[in-house]
Design a protein around this ligand. Structure first.
Ligand SMILES: Cc1cc2nc3c(=O)[nH]c(=O)nc-3n(C[C@H](O)[C@H](O)[C@H](O)COP(=O)(O)OP(=O)(O)OC[C@H]3O[C@@H](n4cnc5c(N)ncnc54)[C@H](O)[C@@H]3O)c2cc1C
Length: 468
């Protein structure tokens, strides 16, 4: 009996597929370079099979078998990752969690929800809306990403400034270790019982365990949104104003700051003047809303000029449009033409480093890109993320790849030079693996390797992930 037949025999019928179409579809995630390779018709490394578990026990069966047979396993949520974290390798089994899509208990007293790892964000939010609740976790990819993928890729949503990122809402989880043992971290608001094992899995990118279920904190669903938008002639003034709004305890949940290029891209349809744009969004039913908005407006208009609520309404209406645009540009349609590729780079740093990160990363991208804009979108009292969107217009599909590599190399170098981290919420994947040592130091990489060796003695879990 082949190893694969053995796996099939241990699982419920129809759990394992070797359908060529399914294998091809799961060869890549949504990393720009893999999408480019796809449209170019390159030969992509395809898995030997895709397993579709429905229960934690099925996942345990797959991983125990993989350890026994030395087969690589690559967990996959919805494949919306943009760094190649779920990229397949020849001979591997993709563990596709999309059939683990049950939404369990909603605890109305604690305001929590328990869901299987393959539940997509839009379905989860629809279920919670029926109870007047929300997780407050709104990644732009909410309709094409899963609870397990959020945890494994350390996701942050558009309202993270007020509502927190995945680490703030993850209360408990069930995960299967590479050997097939089941780890259960009970749902509690906080625990001092040793290092936080839930945190160990956040950002682990399928290299340490497979998350099969999670309990997330919820909150009352906002009745709507109230907006404040302010134009700033200078990026540094805008960053300073948003920093102070973040610190002022105004209850702002969405806080964003666009540089001139990104503002034109996002608000050009409103005949925007060309200045930077700072945007603050408040839950409409926030107690004392008017006073809070006025406090934020006073801070922002000390260096800027008020623009009106329509900027916020426009943002809210179009906040997820990029999902479709990205698919049109990088998919078979090639909306911007052959050789044109778009990508994003989301770094983070302390406030003292933010101006330099902005200037130097834009400078590093400039020689290779036709357009590079930046916005601040996840703000903390001590620092912020900086999200660069850039367009490369290569002479052809191969030239585009070479330029892309150069752009990333220069930008990653500039990020390190300015004291930033190369990823705030997209993770490492195959894209940023070459910069992992720069990021963590040789010692940090060695610690990761030792944790991995302890949990995964047969080295089956996403072998190409989180390795320089
Ligand atoms: C247009 C667009 C917009 C985006 N906007 C945002 C955004 O606003 N915020 C944000 O955070 N991200 C964003 N992303 C990135 C992406 O959606 C997130 O990284 C998301 O968390 C990935 O979820 P997924 O289910 O698609 O995971 P996948 O892409 O399938 O996998 C991501 C990684 O996690 C591992 N993995 C997946 N599921 C599990 C599991 N159950 N157990 C263990 N490992 C697992 C995979 O092996 C892989 O390494 C965006 C992506 C696109 C294409």
């Amino acid at each position: 009996m082949s190893a694969l037949d053995l796996l099939v025999s241990r699982l419920p019928a129809d759990t394992v597929s070797t359908d060529p179409k399914i294998l091809t579809e799961r060869a890549t995630d949504s990393w720009t370079l893999d999408l480019l390779r796809r449209v170019r018709g390159d030969e992509l490394a395809e898995p030997a099979a895709v397993a579709f578990p429905v229960r934690t026990e099925d996942v345990a069966t797959v991983l125990a078998w993989a350890t026994e047979t030395g087969t690589a396993v690559i967990p996959r949520g919805a494949g919306s990752g943009v760094c190649g974290g779920a990229q397949a390798r020849a001979g591997a089994v993709i563990l596709d969690l999309s059939r683990m899509d049950q939404i369990g208990d909603v605890d109305l007293v604690s305001q929590t929800v328990t869901a299987q790892a393959g539940v997509r964000g839009d379905r989860l939010e629809a279920a919670l809306a029926a109870n007047g609740l929300t997780t407050g976790h709104y990644p732009q990819s909410i309709a094409i990403s899963t609870v397990g993928g959020w945890i494994a890729a350390s996701s942050a949503g558009q309202a993270s400034t007020g509502f927190g990122a995945i680490e703030d809402i993850l209360l408990g989880l069930t995960a299967v270790l590479p050997t097939g043992e089941i780890l259960r971290c009970r749902a509690v608001p906080r625990s001092a019982a040793g290092p936080d094992l839930r945190r160990l899995l956040i950002g682990s990118e399928g290299t340490l365990a497979v998350v099969t279920e999670a309990t997330l904190a919820c909150r009352r669903r906002p009745a709507g949104w109230e907006w404040l938008a302010v134009a700033f002639p200078r990026f540094t003034d805008m960053a300073g104003a948003l920093r102070e709004v973040r610190r002022a305890g105004t209850g702002v949940a969405v806080l964003r700051g666009y540089d001139e290029t990104d503002a034109q891209f996002n608000f050009g349809a409103l005949d925007h003047s060309g200045d930077c744009v700072g945007l603050a969004g408040f839950p409409a039913d926030l107690p004392g809303l008017e006073a809070r908005k006025q406090a934020a407006a006073a801070i922002m208009t000390s260096t800027g000029t008020e623009l009106g609520a329509r900027y916020g309404e426009h943002w809210e209406q179009h906040r997820n449009d990029a999902v479709q645009t990205y698919a049109q540009v990088m998919g078979p349609e090639r909306a911007f033409g052959a050789g044109a590729i778009v990508d994003t780079m989301e770094v983070a740093g302390l406030w003292s480093a933010v101006p330099r990160l902005h200037e130097e990363i834009k400078g590093a991208l400039a020689p290779f890109t036709e357009l590079a804009g930046c916005h601040l979108s996840h703000l903390y009292p001590s620092g912020s993320s900086l999200y660069f969107t850039f367009l490369i217009n290569g002479t052809d599909e191969h030239d585009a790849e070479a330029t892309y590599r150069q752009a990333w190399d220069q930008a990653a170098r500039s990020c390190a030079g300015a004291g930033g981290t190369i990823t705030h919420h997209h993770g490492v994947g195959r894209l940023k693996a070459p910069y992992l040592t720069q990021e963590l130091g040789a010692e940090g990489v060695a610690v990761l390797d030792r944790i991995r060796a302890a949990l995964d003695p047969a080295q089956i879990m996403n072998p190409g992930g989180l390795r320089p």
